[in-house]
Design a protein around this ligand. Structure first.
Ligand code: ATP
Ligand code: SF4
Ligand code: MG
Length: 347
């Protein structure tokens, strides 16, 4: 059976030589919907990965498949199905809205384009239902212009709009980084509801480790376009194996859950880019455990546990998981928002 989405050995090199993604493979399936966080500090390649999964930019090498079909060869009905089934929510939805159109229009367009309703009444019903499902009151939202909504309301509108399409996959790129802490929980809960009640698989792109921990089932930690560690979010966050993840987690002042991580301390340490050689471990220049071989060989993914891998020679006694099989880590399903051992609503 083909995967819902599959990245197969995808590399993206931008003009000027920046390697934004470096030989990444992973897949997600929709038989067991889950939320997978793509986390890492600024410039690690998160948005590039999301853009490519949405078909907005082609890989330099490698391929991306949706339901087994090469994304960049989709056409006609298959392309329409992809455009309906794969939705996106970005950091600043305001930027995407035409300020001259009311909220009604913003929601009517996809209904008309994808012929989602048979009548005006049905369209109205769909709009209202999806607004309600993200905690917005239709009577306070419809009839208004985007600038008459708060940032948090606009972001929920973006989720509601995506919801109309009954997507199978939602790619949410920093959806809560521009709203204040009190609204984060509401927006993240609406994402969670999409997974739980509508079976939507979500790629949650973030540099905020605390929200990733609260909302996701699985996590991929990226560093300079490569996977450092991945797997079950509880295991990765509570028992991080890779020195980079350990450093990130140590820098999170966990009691203050509203703060973002990886911004000040980590970046300040990152002054030896030259050591990020083509061949060695990309983290060698910053790693407190660096060994000779780390400078000459790229560590593969070592399997720490059934649902946990780390790309680090400290674990070279463990079996190697071929990079193409990263998706196998994301197979079991967790039950609930509060299931990762922390109280819900604290984000
Ligand atoms: N269109 C582009 N042209 C050239 N370089 C790019 C382009 N887009 C991204 N890059 C570079 O690719 C790398 C990865 O960028 P990307 O936007 O994917 O990072 P990110 O993890 O999303 O970072 P952030 O947390 O700041 O959003 C960065 O070094 C960035 O400067
Ligand atoms: S492979 Fe070596 S340099 Fe890289 S994280 Fe592990 S110990 Fe550190
Ligand atoms: Mg980004």
């Amino acid at each position: 059976m083909s995967h819902l989405l599959e990245l197969r050995r995808v590399t993206k090199v931008f003009k000027g030589g920046t390697v934004a993604l470096d030989d990444i493979s992973f897949s997600v399936d929709d038989d067991k919907p889950s939320i997978i966080s793509i986390a890492g500090e600024s410039g690690s390649g998160k948005t590039t990965m999301g853009m490519m999964a949405l078909g907005f930019m082609p890989p330099s090498t490698g391929q991306i498949f949706y339901k087994g079909q090469d994304l960049h060869k989709l056409s006609g009905r298959d392309l329409t199905v992809f455009r309906k089934e794969v939705q996106a929510v970005f950091q600043d939805p305001f930027a995407a809205y035409n300020p001259f159109y009311k909220v009604d229009h913003i929601m009517e367009v996809p209904i008309a384009n994808f012929k989602l309703a048979k009548s005006e009444a049905e369209a109205r019903e769909m709009m209202e239902a999806s607004l309600v499902s993200v905690g917005l009151r239709p009577e306070e939202t419809l009839g208004r212009f985007p600038h008459q909504l708060s940032g948090g309301q606009r972001q929920r509108l973006a989720v509601a709009r995506a919801l109309l399409m009954r997507p199978k996959l939602l790619i949410a790129d920093e959806p809560v980084s521009m709203v204040d802490a009190s609204l984060r929980a509401t927006i993240l809960e609406s994402l969670h509801k999409l997974k739980r009640e509508l079976g939507v698989t979500i790629l949650y792109i973030t540099h905020d480790l605390t929200t990733a921990y609260h909302v996701s089932d699985y996590i991929i930690i990226l560093y300079r376009g490569s996977v450092m560690e991945a797997g079950d979010v509880d295991q990765v966050i509570t028992e991080p194996k890779h020195p980079y993840t350990q450093l990130l987690i140590d820098s999170v002042p966990w009691p203050d859950l509203s703060r973002q991580w990886g911004q000040q301390e980590i970046i300040a340490m990152d002054d030896d880019k030259s050591v990020a050689s083509q061949t060695g471990c990309k983290f060698a220049g910053r790693c407190p455990h660096v060994m000779e071989k780390c400078k000459v060989q790229r560590p593969p993914l070592y399997q720490i546990d059934e649902h946990h891998v780390a790309s680090c020679f400290l674990y070279d006694e463990q079996p190697v998981l071929p990079g193409e099989e990263l998706g196998t880590l994301f197979k079991s399903k967790k039950s609930d928002f509060a299931g990762n051992g922390v109280a819900s609503g604290v984000v």
